[in-house]
Design a protein around this ligand. Sequence first.
Ligand SMILES: [Zn+2]
Length: 177
Amino acid sequence: MPAREILLYPDRRLKQVATPAQPGEVDAIAADLIDTMDALGHCVGLAAPQLGHLARIVVVDVSGHPKAPEHNGRLVLVNPRIVVASGSEVGREGCLSIPDLTANVRRATAISVEHADGTVDSIGFEARCIQHEIDHLDGILFLDRVASIADDVFRRKRYAGAGGSGGSGDGKPPSSS
Ligand SMILES: [Zn+2]
C-alpha cells in the first residue's frame, strides 16, 4: 500500500483535537499509519491526525534505534491515555509535520499508558516518542511545548546521514532514525 502524504504545519487539522477511535475505523487507520511509517524508514512514530484522520490512534516503533535500548517493539495505541507520568528531562525532538525545525522539549521520563488493548509502561526515548504522538491527538505540536522559542528551537541541518546529536518525536532526528 502506498504511503500517505503527511500533513505539514500549518495545516489546520494538526491543531484539532481528535475524536475517540471507533472500532470500525481502527484497522484501516492503523494500517495507513504502519504503511506510512515503514515507507519512511527513518520514522519512529506517527499519529493519525498527521495523515488527516482525526481519530485517536498512534503508532510508535523505536526498536533498533540506538537511543532506545529498552522498548516495547511496535506499538499501535488506540485511544491512548497517559495515566502515570514521572521524571522530567529535556531532549531534542523533530516532527514529520514540521520538517525544518527541531527543538528542546521537556517530557516525563517514565509513563504508563492505558489504551484499547491494555496498558503499556515505557521509559526514556520511547516514552518521549509516545508523549509526542499523543500530543498530536490533542492538537499539540512540539513547538507548543518549548520553554523559549528563541533558545530552544533550531533549524534542522540538511539531512546528511549518520552522526549528530539525535532526537525523537516522529520526525527524523537531527541525525538519523
Ligand atoms: Zn510529530
